[in-house]
Design a protein around this ligand. Structure first.
Ligand SMILES: *[C@@H]1O[C@H](CO)[C@@H](O)[C@H](O)[C@H]1NC(C)=O
Ligand SMILES: *[C@@H]1O[C@H](CO)[C@@H](O)[C@H](O)[C@H]1NC(C)=O
Length: 315
């Protein structure tokens, strides 16, 4: 009897496991939350959808994943090794900010020369800092990069960028939210902010693979998931007051801080009105990643194929 129960349990676990739409995503950042909102409010697939902590590297390396969400930086890094990776939807365009401390002699972006700047190398934030400083004529050898950690809620712990600003271990930092917002609030009148979304914004996207998209039953659920994300974007673009209190606990934030950084995130979905610009943007970013990773750039044709509008077209 006991064995039989175990077997039934194991089988039902197996069935749940194999029929769920599995999505690898970081569960700690604001950008991922439309996916949870979509699942809880709108998703009507053939089985449940399940968010699993991870990213686009999991989608590429583990066949049990159907989708992944990550910044375009991580998408390009994985596309290099797996050319059948597909970017099918933009969940969020996040305009990062560099926060600097005026008392360190920083008023204009040029004043960042010679300073200690916090960011996380190898991520979208690392690229953002080098890009924004680069267009301002500041070369990588003209400042020092200091690694550290994000913070979702004050008070921020040891080794986080807002805390390192307060401890004067860095003069400025560039990272995704809400670390920037928390630091701006800490600095008060001494906060100086640099941001330019046309130079760089994170394009936090949903990915699948050519193989998964070719499977009719998986594809049908992926289409349903994107349909639910589209409904979510309507809500996120016209946020009811209650949304901050609903979403903030999912990422360990205070609702008031989430409300403060909402406008730094554009909830966009499709890219049909700037398709060529998007290719150009990725080609340029990949050239940087290729230099950084000592590899060849990905051919433009592969980047064009990477941007797959076929799921959006099915809605
Ligand atoms: C952002 O950068 C673009 C391209 O370098 C530039 O044309 C534009 O003026 C900048 N915007 C702001 C607000 O600085
Ligand atoms: C899923 O079904 C419910 C109930 O019929 C509906 O309200 C919701 O809009 C549907 N979701 C999508 C994404 O169409």
């Amino acid at each position: 009897m006991k064995h039989r129960l175990c077997l039934v349990g194991a089988l039902s676990t197996l069935i749940l496991y194999t029929t769920a739409l599995r999505i690898a995503t970081s569960l700690q950042w604001i950008e991922h939350t439309p996916q949870r909102y979509a699942i809880e409010h709108f998703y009507n697939g053939s089985s449940r959808a399940q968010l699993v902590s991870g990213g686009v590297n999991n989608l590429v390396g583990d066949n049990s994943f159907d989708l992944a969400a990550n910044a375009e930086t991580q998408g390009l890094r994985q596309l290099n090794g797996r050319r059948s990776l597909r970017l099918i939807y933009i969940i969020c365009e996040a305009q990062y900010r560099i926060v600097a401390d005026r008392t360190r002699g920083i008023e204009a972006i040029g004043d960042l020369r010679g300073k200690r700047i916090g960011t996380i190398p190898g991520t979208s934030a690392g690229y953002f800092v080098s890009k924004l400083l680069g267009v301002s004529g500041i070369q990588p050898n003209q400042y020092s990069v200091v690694s550290g950690n994000a913070c979702m809620r004050a008070p921020c712990g040891q080794g986080t960028f807002p805390q390192m600003m307060q401890g004067r271990q860095i003069d400025a930092f560039g990272l995704w939210e809400p670390a920037a917002e928390i630091s701006i609030r800490n600095l008060g009148d001494n906060a100086v902010v640099f941001q330019n979304g046309s130079v760089y914004r994170e394009i936090y996207s949903l990915y699948s693979t050519e193989e998964k998209l070719a499977n009719p039953s998986i594809r049908a659920d992926i289409v349903e998931f994107v349909r639910a994300l589209e409904k979510t974007l309507e809500v996120y673009n016209d946020p009811p007051e209650g949304i901050y209190a609903e979403v903030a606990p999912w990422v360990g934030m205070d609702a008031d801080v989430l409300k403060g950084v909402w406008k730094e995130h554009l909830w966009t979905g499709a890219w049909d009105d700037w398709a060529e610009e998007f290719v150009e943007y990725l080609v340029e970013e990949d050239a940087y990643l290729a230099r950084d990773g000592n590899r060849r750039p990905i051919p433009r044709a592969d980047i064009e194929a990477f941007l797959d509008t076929s799921v959006l077209a099915e809605l």
